[in-house]
Design a protein around this ligand. Structure first.
Ligand code: PLP
Length: 248
């Protein structure tokens, strides 16, 4: 059994090694700890070790955990598919939203930014392809649609565009997929120099993402351990019987 301190140190070392191998400064890659399905106490343990950025992929889990941990100076991020009717609740937590993949969602988030006078920080999520059904489950805008969506997001006063985000497809080597993402990010950055961040890389592929220029890696399993294979919500929504190998 490894401790949270060991796991955090190991992930930081992987990031630093990958950055140096790519000729990059290790401090140019930020670590976002994805705490989905893990209790608030696990977040506290990592926060006590100096980790401040945490991410969730469900609106209700984000709002509950952010409230429970309001005594800590944490920066929350939302990395899951977001329904428009939950956009305001997510934005009001102050979370950075990584999953903007369509204009109506961008507009819903922008309304909160205008209302509060604090622009909502967002990434435009790119669909890097993959098996049928994977995109529907994961979200993301088609690469061809990304430059126009990025233009629209950058033009909304209630939003601040930080860059692009993507998840590598499961049926492809991550390297070439992240290279496509990096090329698209460069194109967006040419028009929006402030949108210089790239959110890519998870426990299994952070090295490839850092090699492609990721400035923010989103790591769950390698920090917190394996997630349960079933969750009550997945069971209820999909009708999958308990015990089925349904990924969270
Ligand atoms: C769960 C999740 C991660 C973290 O994945 P791990 O493989 O557990 O590191 C990263 N990004 C998104 C969008 C996720 O949903």
């Amino acid at each position: 059994m490894t401790s949270p301190a060991d796991r955090l140190a190991a992930v930081r070392r992987r990031i630093a090694d990958a950055a140096r191998a790519a000729g990059r400064d290790p401090s140019s890659v930020a670590l976002l700890a994805i705490s989905k399905t893990f209790p608030a106490d696990d977040v506290r343990a990592l926060a006590a070790l100096g980790q401040t950025a945490f991410g969730e992929n469900r609106a209700q889990e984000l709002t509950a955990k952010a409230a429970e941990l309001a005594d800590l100076p944490l920066q929350w991020h939302f990395v899951g598919q977001l329904q428009r009717n939950k956009a305001a609740a997510v934005a009001r937590t102050g979370a950075v939203v990584h999953s903007v993949d369509r204009l109506p969602l961008a507009r819903a988030l922008a309304r909160v930014g205008e209302e509060t006078g604090r622009p909502v920080e967002v990434f435009v999520q790119v669909d890097l392809g993959g098996a049928a059904g994977e995109t529907a489950e994961r979200g993301g805008a088609a690469p061809d649609d990304v430059p126009a969506l990025a233009d629209a997001v950058a033009g909304l006063p209630g939003l601040r565009l930080r860059g692009l985000m993507a998840v590598a497809p499961r049926d492809e080597e991550p390297g070439p997929a992240f290279a496509r993402l990096a090329a698209l990010a460069e194109r967006v950055r040419a028009d929006h120099p402030a949108a210089a961040e790239l959110s890519a890389g998870m426990s299994g592929d952070l090295e490839e993402a850092v090699a492609a220029g990721a400035t923010l890696v989103r790591v769950g399993t390698a920090l917190f351990g394996s997630r349960p294979l079933t969750s009550p919500r997945v069971t209820r929504v999909t009708g999958v019987p308990p015990g089925s190998p349904e990924e969270v």
